[in-house]
Design a protein around this ligand. Structure first.
Ligand code: GLN
Ligand code: ZN
Length: 758
């Protein structure tokens, strides 16, 4: 009898109930009891769904009122000391950690591995102590048992918890806290055992990362400490193959191991070789990171033999928690029936798991109808003319080695561009968006609802563009932008105009806290039927004699922030997008736009988890960027933009993109980027951001001048641009104008100084 379970499910609720309850609670509209009632309703519904599908256990502890790492901070009694809370906290304190308070800034947030989910980063110092904190996990176990479910609690493992935390004192290694942490984990496990829990899932996804040897060695110590402490442990790794950590994982004294067979399927034979005869093996066979139906017959072909060997030691599961996919297709009204048939969200993945379980245990004929339906859907997708566009294939076949190179090298282009634009030294510009005011959002909402005509909407947007141009002229900025008033989102705006992209109505996924995103779905060959930005940009250029920068989203970002096809490599999809962007770039140039920015904010987060996989990624990522850019004349200036810092380790790859100008976030880290310039001289022009756009604070001129002077020490002054860290869409106009005025003044100060020196 194969068993089935999930590692976790979405927690936002089918209609984002959690989001609305959280926000109502924060506003003071509902009390804690009402919030908890919504939370309990979401949990109970998820458990009912798992039980009804015939899963052998229901997962408990994957729920969180804000974030799972924050729940562990609360469980382990280690709220950062700077909040002054002590060991056991309540709900108000929990949310203060997440959102900050009048006198304490919130805990930092960062991306959970290579997903778009953000967790709160635990803060550790040499003085951090752990102790049993909140009772929430134990309460939820009781809640599940009372309702008649068999709970399998899930914990983030001690090593992953420490690894993902941040050291807040210098000269201290957080791994040193392991010995203090393990007894608390042992206590938690003992408590769960007294509650009658048989299995605990303990997540150690860092096993899919490059680990230094001290971390790898620590696994053995940790699990020797924990293996006898309580219930049976199912050690779960996911998000990638185990590689050199495989032996470490397989030899740990735990009762079962979960492996990600979607990303790490090649290792299965080795995993089985090393599986001791008493251990359970959970195989993650349904992709928890994407929204396509799984080929159930193919899974059965692969695992039926293994099931015969392992019997009830075989568990089947999705590859990772289903947190990263939308809840359900049930209410999906935004997608047509044909496309819908190819997709599976969390609910549909749980149903597929049930089908697989029955097929393994009772034979395929017991679910012949389901399997036939699944095979039919996959065959339809494979053959669909909406997926395969011969024109795209024909165009790809004509691509040559010269498609990704400009005509002349940067040195020559720079001379031509200087002669053409005659910009002052330290030219000033912005990153693209200006404040998205309520008026703008209002007009767009009304247009979408059909309450105003296209002509009225267009006039409203033109009005906004004219306002942005007027303000930039008044501020004395050198290179202008149109302000992106007409764009809701930098990926959606383009995706909606491209063939091969689809948009769901309710496909929400938690990004952090109450924030959810609705990623587009790339289902077919991508092409651009019509120009996407030319009209707005041409209009903006008509209002000014200064250069107007065209503004596009790059191929890597278009890929990274979407669900992508699983029937071809990511690089192949990115290449198709690159050609669509390239067409837009060429059309903008033909419309008289001399500078074009191709944003790639997601370029760095596309990096694979393992360093060994970086070169291959950087190779295709920089190539698709160059393909999107290289269709223009040498006097046309290509810009790119990136944010979220930490670029030192990929500077050569950024240079390989060969943009004429790169603007990049640096102010929050006090020009940390420039450290990398000691070893590597970035060859093209560069605008390190001189002020943080994430806060309404208006930095003064002296502060920005100081940052620029710092930059001018390592960047050739002739190559240095002056700009903010990122787009200004989340800011208001008053602070935007004040900050930009100071920024322009800083550029003037630098010019004067520079002139005096020459
Ligand atoms: N051009 C975009 C803007 O200014 C860039 C956004 C981003 O980097 N995330 O809004
Ligand atoms: Zn940015």
């Amino acid at each position: 009898m194969a068993l089935a379970h999930v590692l976790g499910v979405p927690r936002i609720g089918p209609n984002r109930e959690l989001k609305f309850a959280q926000e109502a609670y924060w506003r003071g509209d509902i009390d804690a009891a009402a919030l908890q009632a919504v939370a309990s309703g979401i949990r109970q519904a998820s458990w009912r769904r798992q039980q009804a599908a015939g899963l052998d256990v229901v997962t408990v502890g994957d729920f969180a009122l804000y974030d799972q790492m924050l729940n562990h901070v609360a469980l382990l009694g280690c709220a950062p000391a700077r909040f002054g809370f002590g060991g056991v906290i309540g709900l108000p304190e929990y949310f203060q950690l997440a959102r900050g308070s009048a006198d304490c800034h919130a805990m930092e947030m960062t991306k959970w591995f290579d997903t778009n989910y953000h967790y709160l980063v635990p803060e550790l110092t040499a003085d951090t102590h752990f102790s049993l904190g909140v009772e929430w996990l134990f309460d939820e176990v009781t809640e599940a048992q009372t309702a008649g479910f068999t709970p399998k609690p899930v914990l983030i493992g001690p090593l992953t918890f420490l690894y993902l935390a941040k050291e807040k004192t210098a000269g201290f290694n957080r791994l040193a806290l392991l010995d203090r942490l393990l007894p608390v984990y042992a206590q938690i496990l003992a408590r769960l055992k007294t509650q009658g829990v048989e299995w605990v899932q303990i997540d150690e996804p860092i096993l899919a990362l490059d680990l230094a040897s001290d971390w790898r060695v620590a696994f053995e110590r940790a699990y020797h400490h924990l293996h006898a402490a309580g219930p049976k442990l199912m050690l779960a790794s996911y998000f990638g193959p185990l590689r050199e950590n495989l032996l470490v994982a397989m030899k740990l004294p735990v009762a079962g191991v979960h492996v990600d067979c979607v990303r790490g399927g090649d290792e299965l034979a080795q995993v089985i070789d090393w599986l001791p005869a008493i251990k359970a093996l959970s195989v993650g066979v349904i992709d928890g990171r994407n929204i396509w139906k799984t080929d159930l017959n193919a899974v059965l072909d692969r695992y039926e033999g293994l099931h015969q060997r392992l019997g009830d030691r075989l568990w089947i599961a999705p590859s990772c928690s289903l947190l990263h996919v939308p809840v359900s297709l049930a209410n999906e009204s935004g997608l047509d029936a044909e496309l819908r048939r190819w997709l599976a969200c969390a609910d549909e993945k749980i149903a597929a798991l049930a089908t697989l379980k029955t097929a393994l245990n009772a034979g395929r004929q017991a679910v012949a109808g389901e399997l036939a339906d699944n095979a039919g859907a996959l065959a339809a997708r494979r053959a669909s003319s909406r997926v395969h566009n011969p024109a795209v294939a024909a165009r790809l076949a004509t691509l040559s080695d010269t498609h990704d190179v400009r005509n002349q090298p940067f040195g020559v282009r720079q001379g031509l561009q200087r002669a053409r634009f005659r910009l002052p030294a330290f030219p000033t510009t912005t990153i693209g968006s200006f404040p998205q005011t309520t008026a703008i959002r209002h007009a767009r909402a009304r247009y979408r609802r059909g309450e105003i005509s296209e002509a009225d909407y267009s006039a409203a947007m033109q009005h906004e563009i004219a306002h942005a141009v007027d303000r930039q002229e008044a501020l004395g900025i050198d290179v202008l932008v149109h302000g992106e008033a007409e764009r809701n989102d930098m990926v959606e705006y383009f995706g909606e105009q491209l063939q091969g992209y689809a948009f769901s109505q309710h496909g929400w996924v938690q990004s952090y806290g109450s924030r959810c995103v609705k990623p587009p779905i790339i289902y077919g060959d991508v092409s651009r039927p019509h120009p996407m930005t030319v009209g707005w940009t041409r209009y903006a250029q008509s209002l000014t004699g200064k250069p107007m920068k065209g503004m596009l989203t790059g191929p890597v970002t278009m890929l990274q922030w979407s669900y992508v096809r699983d029937d071809q490599p990511r690089a192949a999809t990115a290449l198709q997008i690159a050609l669509a962007i390239r067409d837009e770039v060429v059309d903008l140039e033909a419309a008289g736009i001399g500078m074009i920015q191709i944003d790639e904010p997601a370029y760095r987060e596309g990096l694979p988890l393992r360093k060994a996989d970086w070169p291959a990624y950087l190779d295709w990522a920089s190539r698709v960027f160059r393909i999107s850019a290289a269709g223009v004349a040498d006097a046309t200036q290509i810009h790119t933009h990136m944010c979220y810092s930490e670029f030192n380790d990929i500077l050569p790859a950024l240079a390989a993109m060969d943009a004429d100008v790169i603007t990049i976030e640096t102010s929050r880290s006090d020009m940390e980027l420039l450290r990398g310039f000691g070893d590597f001289a970035y060859p093209n022009e560069i605008g390190p951001g001189v002020y943080d756009i994430h806060s309404p604070r208006v930095p003064d001129t002296a502060e920005m001048t100081r940052l620029l002077e710092k930059a001018a020490q390592v960047i050739t002054p002739e190559n240095l641009w002056v700009n903010p860290d990122c787009g200004l869409k989340t800011r208001g106009w008053p602070e935007t104008e004040a900050a930009l005025a100071n920024m322009v003044a800083a550029a003037h100060a630098l010019r004067q100084k520079h002139d005096a020196q020459v």
